[in-house]
Each structure stands twice: as structure tokens, then as C-alpha cells.
Design a protein around this ligand. Structure first.
Ligand code: GLP
Length: 241
């Protein structure tokens, strides 16, 4: 794993943008695997700035997102569909028809997982952006998720519900379940770009980089990926120095 330690969030976002820009410039038809959460927002801002200033086009880019809360659809400002439009898609020239995310409102959840897996089989990510949960989760693959997992429905861990409650009016509003790409779907990406900032991520970053490769720390599977770059700020890198 390549590790790039940055002084702060802004430098982390700028370095992440360099990695992303190289993929998009080399292949204007690239398939981007995208993530939500507060961590990649700075990266998305840089992509928007670059689109506005330098005209980098997303018109032939396709995207697949990691995960979505079960029960929320795009009309909810807490849904990840809304997040992606608000933080990226509405500000670049991407065709929304080329963007993909699990349907949080699907009536048949198993059929929705199957649909998304079939889609991912046809859409290998040229790059997959990831954040990391404080318990070492990636996407919504909580500790204990098999490395061979594909898209599935997850019961969110208490720590994840608590961490994510800061985005909701109250903890009671945080959905208890989500759709998520599995670890196998993530590992299938040609390139992985994982970002982490802040001291509450230091333990998870240790597990990602230096800990045992174990299903108890889902992010540790990335040690087995042939092209994985971690861009991390100093606070999150505290335990790997
Ligand atoms: C959520 C998302 C993850 C994300 C994590 C960390 O659980 N499903 O994809 O990496 O939160 O979020 P943040 O970047 O806000 O710390």
C-alpha cells in the first residue's frame, strides 16, 4: 500500500485530487467508484473547481457508488443519492443516467442487491474512492463481513449509527440498515484511493495499514490489493508513524 501523509484536510483533498485527475485525464470514459461521508467532500470540491477552471469533462464518465441507506430515496437530504448530486454531480457535466447507486427504496431488497451485483460485474471501477469508519468499516461493510461478500443488506453497527447521527436531526432518525457493495466488489477495482482524516480515525488507519489482515477490520483486506493508495492527514496517521 502506498501511504501519503498530509499536514491537514486540505492537503489530503489536493493529493487525492491528483490521483483522481490522472485517472480521468488518461481515460475520459473511466468508471469511477465513489464514496459518501464527510471525508471525500474536499476531493469532490477540487474536481468541481478543476471542471470549472480547466474544463475537465465528465460527460462520458460513469460512476458506481458504494452504498445507500435502506428506506431513504433521493427526496431525503440524508440519502446518498442526494449527497452525490449536492456535492458533485450537479456541479459537473456528468449525465445522471451514467451514475449508479443502490435504490434505497427498493421494495424487493434482495432483487436490488442482485441487480447491483450484475451491474458491478459489467462495470469494473478504474478507481474506487473510499473513506473509513472509526471501527474499520469500508462502505457499510461492518466488522465480521466476509472478504468474499458482494452487494448485500447490512444491519449497521451501533458505533456507525452513533458516528453518522451527526448528519441527522437525532440518532433515532438514522436508518438501521443499508445496502452496500461487498468487499469483493471493492477489491475488484483496478485502483483504490482511500482517504482518512482526524484523530478519531487513527485506530482504524492502524488496522488498515499495519494490523492483521482480518475480517474483524474490514479495511485490512486492502493490504491485499495490488494498487491501493492511502492519503491521510497527520492526525489520522498518528499510530502508523
Ligand atoms: C459511512 C459511509 C462510509 C464512510 C464512513 C466514514 O459509514 N458508509 O462510506 O467511509 O461513513 O464517514 P466520514 O467520512 O463522514 O467519516
Amino acid at each position: 500500500m502506498k501511504v501519503i501523509v498530509c499536514k491537514d484536510y486540505d492537503e489530503m483533498s489536493a493529493k487525492a485530487f491528483e490521483v483522481m485527475a490522472e485517472v480521468v485525464k488518461n481515460n475520459p470514459k473511466a468508471i469511477l467508484g465513489l464514496a459518501t461521508g464527510s471525508t471525500p467532500i474536499g476531493l469532490y470540491k477540487k474536481m468541481i473547481e478543476d471542471h470549472e477552471k480547466n474544463g475537465t469533462s465528465y460527460k462520458d464518465i460513469k460512476t458506481v457508488n458504494l452504498d445507500e441507506y435502506a428506506g431513504l430515496d433521493y427526496s431525503s437530504d440524508q440519502s446518498y443519492v442526494y449527497f452525490m448530486r449536492h456535492n458533485l454531480f450537479d456541479h459537473v457535466d456528468i449525465d445522471l443516467k451514467n451514475t449508479n447507486i443502490e435504490n434505497g427504496k427498493a421494495a424487493d431488497r434482495q432483487a436490488e442487491c442482485k441487480r447491483y451485483n450484475e451491474l458491478l460485474e459489467k462495470m469494473q471501477q478504474d478507481i474506487q474512492v473510499l473513506g473509513i469508519g472509526s471501527n474499520g468499516h469500508i462502505a457499510f461493510n461492518e466488522p465480521g463481513t466476509p472478504f468474499g461478500s458482494v452487494t448485500h443488506i447490512v444491519d449497521l453497527a451501533e458505533s456507525t449509527i452513533k458516528d453518522n447521527s451527526r448528519m441527522f436531526a437525532s440518532i433515532d432518525e438514522v436508518p438501521r440498515q443499508a445496502f452496500t457493495m461487498g468487499l469483493k466488489n471493492i477489491m475488484n477495482a483496478k485502483k483504490i484511493l482511500i482517504l482518512a482524516n482526524g484523530k478519531n480515525k487513527a485506530k482504524a488507519v492502524y488496522g488498515l495499514v499495519k494490523g492483521e489482515v482480518t475480517e474483524n477490520v474490514p479495511a485490512s483486506v486492502l493490504q491485499l490489493h495490488p494498487d491501493c493508495t492511502l492519503v491521510v492527514d497527520e492526525a489520522a496517521a498518528e499510530l502508523i508513524k
